[in-house]
Design a protein around this ligand. Structure first.
Ligand code: GAL
Length: 415
């Protein structure tokens, strides 16, 4: 009676309606790296949804963009027998974790997923014929964000080619504006580098970074990619070492810098700061990549709890909530992404998200829809890590482009 009375009161207060005692008791521990302003708001939507359903949310947030630190923490947790209920894992790493025999299938939560997911993404959520991961949203990586006042002051328009880009950067410089805000971690270097690879065409990108084709990796065109990156570096400020991505975004938000190359999680920061696309900032595809789309799909996997081979009610509720239409909309509105679930209305989204959605449809049809290497979608960890080392070494030394290309071809063979 007492329990019922408490639950009744909570329900009247808009919390925990119709939950069982078992649900109320289950706490779900969730490991993720969403700690910037926009990211926290987005994951907060999931926490609130789960709390309303009667689960206790145990937040295990490990700061660090793109998740390198989070992945290290996760390995320690799993090895010591304390795997979280769910963890942020994506791309080929999903299958790697499944192969370790530590995940639980979540088919029971995935009744209507197949018809509501693009086939290439549905496939990534599977291991051994079972759903083992739940997808949140689609981030486009190949974006350039531009402060609108800086763009106007430089008298420019959003660049669509590298010559236009460099002309704009020069104009910003002449107007006393720091042209590019850049962060200082390997994944940010790799994000910029893959943008420049993509600017050579989606076909070139696929051959180089998906097929790891040696001829493409060692081509003159690839030497040119490194040359372009070197030229772009000439517009960085001196303080980038160790800088987090969101601090670089803040420089563009506050007008301390003109532009940033970053995936559209940066848009979550603009939104969190109350900035509007078109008025305060402009989003443009990275020069030369208008027709292409590097995708990055975040997802959660679910770990066996206390040796149990099947998912707990809390894990299934988490998976179901992540793919529910309402959550998909609210999460992406805060995160800067677009819903991964098909058929979710784009009405409430801004112009940049609508452009992302429209460009995605075009890119899927034209073969321009490619997985992001820098964000764990294109290659297993070992090869991606080795390539990342090559790019970071190049960007933090005076190495010439030809020797970087030779190192790249070698790195691509890492298994
Ligand atoms: C990406 C992740 C995004 C965003 C970004 C920066 O790898 O997919 O959701 O959080 O890192 O942390």
């Amino acid at each position: 009676m007492k329990f019922r009375a408490i639950m009744g009161a909570l329900c009247a207060a808009g919390l925990m309606c119709g939950v069982s005692a078992a649900q109320a008791a289950e706490s779900v521990e969730v490991l993720h790296w969403w700690t910037s302003g926009g990211e926290s708001k987005a994951v907060g939507v999931l926490k609130d949804d789960m709390t309303k359903q009667g689960y206790t949310w145990k937040d295990f947030a490990v700061a660090g963009g793109a998740g390198a630190a989070a992945m290290t923490a996760l390995k320690t947790q799993v090895i010591s027998g304390n795997a979280p209920s769910a963890a942020q894992i994506k791309g080929p790493l999903i299958q790697d974790w499944a192969a370790q025999g530590v995940l639980v299938p979540i088919d029971a939560a995935a009744g209507d997923w197949k018809k509501n997911l693009p086939p290439e993404i549905d496939k990534i959520m599977h291991a051994d014929g079972h759903y083992v991961a739940a997808p949140f949203s689609v981030h486009r990586v190949n974006w350039l964000y531009i402060n609108k006042a800086a763009l106007d002051k430089a008298g420019g328009k959003a660049p669509t080619t590298w010559p236009e880009f460099f002309a704009l950067a020069d104009k910003m410089k002449a107007a006393g504006i720091q042209p590019i805000a850049m962060g200082g971690q390997p994944w940010q270097d790799l994000t910029l580098w893959e943008d420049v690879v993509l600017s050579q065409g989606a076909g070139f990108y696929k051959k180089a970074l998906v097929d790891l084709d040696e001829k493409t990796l060692t081509s003159d065109q690839m030497v040119g990619v490194f040359d372009t990156v070197r030229k772009i570096q000439g517009y960085f400020d001196a303080g980038r070492t160790g800088r987090d991505w969101n601090l670089a975004t803040a420089m563009v938000i506050n007008g301390k810098a003109g532009m940033q190359f970053m995936g559209d999680w940066a848009k979550g920061e603009f939104a969190n700061a109350g900035k509007k696309s078109g008025t305060d900032y402009v989003c443009a595809a990275v020069p030369g990549t208008e027709k292409s789309y590097t995708f990055n799909v975040d997802s959660f996997v679910f770990f066996q709890q206390k040796g149990q081979k099947s998912a707990t009610p809390g894990q299934l509720a988490l998976a179901k909530t992540i793919m529910s239409p309402d959550f998909q909309e609210q999460f992406s509105l805060n995160k800067g992404s677009i819903p991964v679930r098909l058929g979710v209305s784009m009405d409430k989204f801004d112009d940049c998200a609508k452009k992302s959605y429209a460009d995605e449809q075009v890119a899927i049809k034209s073969g321009g829809y490619v997985p992001s290497l820098a964000h764990g979608m294109a290659q297993p960890d070992a090869a991606a890590g080795a390539i990342s080392d090559v790019v970071t070494k190049f960007m933090n030394s005076q190495q010439d482009s030809k020797s970087a290309v030779a190192a790249l071809a070698k790195a691509a063979k890492t298994k």
